[in-house]
Ligand binder design. Sequence first.
Ligand SMILES: *[C@@H]1O[C@H](CO)[C@@H](O)[C@H](O)[C@H]1NC(C)=O
Ligand SMILES: *[C@@H]1O[C@H](CO)[C@@H](O)[C@H](O)[C@H]1NC(C)=O
Ligand SMILES: *[C@@H]1O[C@H](CO)[C@@H](O)[C@H](O)[C@H]1NC(C)=O
Ligand SMILES: *[C@@H]1O[C@H](CO)[C@@H](O)[C@H](O)[C@H]1NC(C)=O
Length: 485
Amino acid sequence: MLPGLPSLLGSVVLWLSSAAPRGLAEQSIKCFPENGPSREWLVRNKLTPGGLRTLRVLSVASPKTNPDAVLLNISWVLKQDGSIQMLKATKICVDGKGQFLTYSCVRCNYTEVFQSQTPPDGSKWEFHYLGFPIKPETSYFISAHNIPPANMNEDTTIISVKFISPGCQDPVMKYTKKCQDYGSLWSPNITACQKEKSVEVNFSTSGLGHRYQVLITSRNDDVLGHSDILELNQSRATVTLPVTAEEGKGAVVQIIPYFSSCNNDCTRRRGAIFSCPESIGLAGLNQSQPWARPLYFLLPALSAGLWALTAGLYLLWRRGKARKAPPHVPPLLPSIRVLLVYHPQACFRHAVCDFAEYLQGHCRSDVVLDQWQKRRVAEMGLVLWLTAQKKEADRVVFLFSSPAEACDGSCGPSAGGHQESAQDLFALAFNLFCSDLKSRASLDKYLVVSLGEAALSEDLGALGVCPRYQLMKEAGPFCRDLLSL
Ligand SMILES: *[C@@H]1O[C@H](CO)[C@@H](O)[C@H](O)[C@H]1NC(C)=O
Ligand SMILES: *[C@@H]1O[C@H](CO)[C@@H](O)[C@H](O)[C@H]1NC(C)=O
Ligand SMILES: *[C@@H]1O[C@H](CO)[C@@H](O)[C@H](O)[C@H]1NC(C)=O
Ligand SMILES: *[C@@H]1O[C@H](CO)[C@@H](O)[C@H](O)[C@H]1NC(C)=O
């Protein structure tokens, strides 16, 4: 018997009211548990009904009476043939193969003898039964047959389907007690930021446990740093891990909780690492990149500019205050969304990532990169993902970089096995966006950037119509044009 079923028996009548067939009001079903063989199995039945046409299973939240249970909604359609007149009942059994084997059946009697092969409205006879509380991530075999059953030596009329219940991330399943014990409702609200020599991580602890492990992992899932935390009374835990800005590029933070219900098997949570406010700009720089070097010359100019701006604002504010007017605060400009499409020859880590970081740090951009959204790309497929990004992005930047430069073995174009996907991405993006390149109105959205002396190849001539910038030489105009929407 499935756990929880007895407690639901009392409310079977409730399911019945929702189990009315479509069509004829008189025909309906009455379901009750019947775990042994049906009486009809024991005798020879002269005439037997055919099987079911379809059997479908879905999981649904149970009604308010039992907020903890998620039930199966099993629906079936009867075959349209003359033998339907013999049909008295349909029996459904559920076989659960999770941690424990569970087996349970219900028998649904049809309240009337079937007089016609279809309901009066001409549709199909369809019924459903709501019951069988299920556990997360468990396989169930649901089988159904009509009663009276086929006799020995006749074709069997049992049909069955396999159903795997959703995991604790499922919006319905996560409210079950079991999932809650596993931490499904815990939102750690991770904040992590990169300083020059360390990463600082804050997260909210859960009432379910006190022990956590914090990991910083690289793009390739190498562990760059880890720390055990035993947090007894703070609702928010803080830990600092010695991971330098250079090591930590593209890294993510992972929190592994140890709750008593799941011990070593609890769901990990991930979070992004941003630059700490005081180290913005410095974190993204790396002396090994020839194209980034000119930034060092830019920085003093930038900070001088910033200083002048601050001083100017201060004076304005002073003047405003003197006039007893409310201080004038310039509105924070929103950032723009930039889709970055890179040529497969570009070094991912040295050119693409650094350029993306430069955009985020210096050109007020939210960069969208396929490699940063691997999961979404996998879920949607590359074409759909690109189409969606094309719609959402304010700007699309095609990035070219000369192949040889700074591309040592450790970060060859094929490092991390992304070369093929980069080729697909580039080719697809180029073809998808090419139609836009022919219309003046949408042309503005596209920019071409070459790092160093990279040249456009013949077959990409269509991009020749886009404004083109060579970085870092033209960093200023590029940033300005990028932002001037
Ligand atoms: C169960 O499935 C049937 C048939 O698909 C549908 O009509 C009914 O609304 C479903 N019930 C719930 C509670 O989802
Ligand atoms: C269902 O049908 C069987 C046989 O026709 C009968 O013995 C049984 O009492 C019925 N059960 C209900 C609850 O109607
Ligand atoms: C998450 O943390 C941030 C910063 O600590 C805070 O502003 C925000 O309200 C928190 N959100 C939730 C849902 O706890
Ligand atoms: C973490 O929390 C501390 C203390 O509440 C705060 O000073 C620090 O800025 C936070 N760091 C991050 C990365 O949120």
